[in-house]
Design a protein around this ligand. Sequence first.
Ligand code: 3HC
Length: 303
Amino acid sequence: KRPAGAPDKALAKPVKKVGVIGAGLMASQFALLFARKLRVPVLITDLDQSRVDKGISYIRGEIDKLEQKGRLSPDDANQVRALIHGTTDKTEYADCDWVIEAVFEELGVKQQVFAEIEPIISETAILATNTSSLSVHEIGANLAHPERLVGFHFFNPVAVMPLIEVVKTPDTDDATLSTAMQTARKLGKSAVITADRPGFVVNRLLAKVMGEAARALDEGTPMPVVERALAPIGLPMGPFELIDLVGWKVAAHVQDTMVHAFPERFYASENLHKLAEIESPLSKTKMGKVEDLSKAAKKALTL
Ligand code: 3HC
């Protein structure tokens, strides 16, 4: 059965080479997933070679782990390693038919990235953005062909989370949407088509949880209490552990976008921003479980 709003499968275009713009944690995680599941060449770029190298070394480490766990045979692991190529030369995107960006979560930066890439890629290539909460339509505002832009929003940890939010703008054409749905399927994920509204569906709800957790902190409830109190209601991890997983800066940014879009409904937490400036805001057990705020965090928040 077709998911709600999904166009005809027959319109989907083949994806034979993938370009990933950005080599941060999220981009590196899904670059690996594209290579693993689609078995096509994957290019990954960033602003400079050291960022590219960092992404590639993360990917190599993850491939090693998958091989050690027996999730990838040695042959498959070698094949996947060979498919992923890091570069700072954007002209190498010329023959990609699917280019997805996961650069800094700021409208101007994302628009600039697409302005640079659009003249390089072929007219039939699809552009996707992994934005977590910005308007996909606005990201594509200056594109010559906005009909080939779609939101394609992954969740952390990419290897494990089963969902992709596919975001349709008023311009997105059916071939683009159909290709996005097919690509999500080939990545082994289930896709939902969401409206192009701030936070789409998932982050709109998660930003509420994260914001209210930060508010509890502001009101004087200690962090371990907030974490522990929420565990029995069935959340797979506490809100602060989740913020830590997503990245404090990303979480603060999502929060800002939601507060800006719906000021009466979302909580602007200064503490979230203060914690995002600290290198390790949480203290954890040897097993990686969250214990409390770190000493530096307590000092910054003067708790
Ligand atoms: N990277 C790669 N793999 C990971 C991982 C990571 N960071 N964390 C866990 N895994 C893998 C483990 O290796 C394990 O794989 P295996 O079965 O091959 O050994 C598998 O996931 C399960 O791990 P655990 O045994 O540690 O299982 P848990 O039961 O502790 O589950 C979890 C871990 C799946 C991360 C779970 O805690 C969870 O679902 N947490 C909530 C995550 C969530 O809500 N994500 C959405 C964040 S919002 C977002 O990303 C959007 C953005 O725009 C902000």
